[in-house]
Design a protein around this ligand. Sequence first.
Ligand SMILES: Cc1ncc(C[n+]2csc(CCOP(=O)(O)OP(=O)(O)O)c2C)c(N)n1
Ligand SMILES: [Mg+2]
Length: 545
Amino acid sequence: MAKHHSIGQYLLDELYRRGVRHIFGVPGDYVLGFYKLLEESRIRHVGTTREDSAGLAADAYARVKGLGCACVTYCVGGLNMANAVAGAFAEKSPVLAISGSPGLRRRERNPLLHHRVRDFATQRQIFSHITVAHAALEDPLTAYHEIDRVLNAIERYKRPGYLELPQDMVDVTHPHRRTPQKIEDLTDGAALAECMEEAKAMLNEAKQPVVIAGVEVHRFGLQDALLELVEKANIPVAATLLGKSVISESHPLYLGIYEGAMGRGDVQKYVESADCVLMLGCFMTDINLGVYTADLDTGRTIYATSEKVTVRRHSYEDVPFRSFFKALLEQRLRRRRKPSLPQTESLWVSEVKDDEPVTMRTLFGTLNDFVADDMVVVSDIGDCLFGSVDLKIHRRTELLSPAYYTSMGFGVPASIGAQLAKPSLRPLVLVGDGAFQMTGLELSTSVRLGLNPIVVVLKNDGYSTERQIMDGPFNDITPWHFDRVPDVLGGGRGFVVRTNADLHKALEASLANHDGFSIIEVNLGRYDISPALKRLGERLAKGVK
Ligand SMILES: Cc1ncc(C[n+]2csc(CCOP(=O)(O)OP(=O)(O)O)c2C)c(N)n1
Ligand SMILES: [Mg+2]
């Protein structure tokens, strides 16, 4: 029997027990009682300049640590954070969103309390669409079970959950016994056995099988299991863009990123000519697939995700992703001879002249050599993401990006969550000038916390990605002096880069600047774009005509 803790205290204890050490957010009167408990707890509160940043930081924290949490006030805070939570839902990031709300006693006779939108349930209803489980903790008899249920669902599906905590319920106490969740209880053993028979036979009969590893391998912490699996059977692995860096890109069995025709031709050819494609934890999104150009035959695929397992056209219910993976590792898989893989030459080798203007090619070529094992690359949306596709991510290094939901403004706030989740990782943030203008001033929080990301701003005169689809004055922005952001924020160092030599100097000086953030403004031509964006832009343009 658990000790008799108040609802608020129980929630904090459970979060701590599940690994949360930081909660991001902005306070407000409806959540102050819970903030007081938070302040007295073992979890640290991290204030951000706005709630969407808190949501993005919690998302990145969750991607690195396994669970993240943001806590805000009612409606003005919650709805401000909704886009970040929607992104976490779309990209499967386990985030708990907590919102305060008006006390139940104050709601009698339906008064128009401040921050109310339509009725008291409005915010909860909105969040019900962008979370995997939600609850308003309005009844002490069920509140504790609801906390367990929502947290268990987040853990099982790696998607966000929502808890609304009325002001006057924070300190209410009721006895409770925790409801644990066991993976064995969720698995239908007979379904798993049948599905394994079919999958094993397909894999063993195949002459040239291939694995496509996706983001869930990372979310469920199955990177080592993936390595064991492919090394055991000598099966080559491609990754999706969202799943980039689930396996070291220097691994001899690593093929490259599979993105349909947007990716490299040799990787596409290899994957699409395979006679068995084992898709592990990947979501076949349009961006992953190079905007619907991928050509995979269902009759040759084994498709396993946390939501469903399908072998050819047979779907198996109640086979959780982790159980599938564990069982597959236990199968006797035929070990084949080492496959000969297409040798991909580096895109970035080109002669770099010091005094010439920096270009996308020389920038990413230089970054490719600069990225080190102790860095996490955090890419925003824009051409920086397409450039990152071809960055070689080494062992242990991570790439975080909103590669599917593609909401601008992820980079800087996410770097805060990522570094707090794993202080040994130094963030290298790649962000466009447009995206930086949305949330870049969140560096203010990095200054306060003494974090030291290296922020590379790709200054190309506005929304270059959009210009590829349709050019027009709506893609123009005000040119900021990004190197002077430190003056406004009272911390950090700024650099301006025009030539390749400037770039080298700025990167070296940033690396040596351990005490605060570094921001590097890289001046690029307005139409200078990465090869991957060129291919994608052409495809999207065809789509809008
Ligand atoms: C929140 C949000 N608003 C609008 C868009 C549409 N959009 C996609 S890319 C882009 C331009 C990005 O500009 P910038 O950050 O400067 O990067 P660049 O394309 O120039 O590399 C826009 C407006 C989006 N993805 N997210
Ligand atoms: Mg730009």
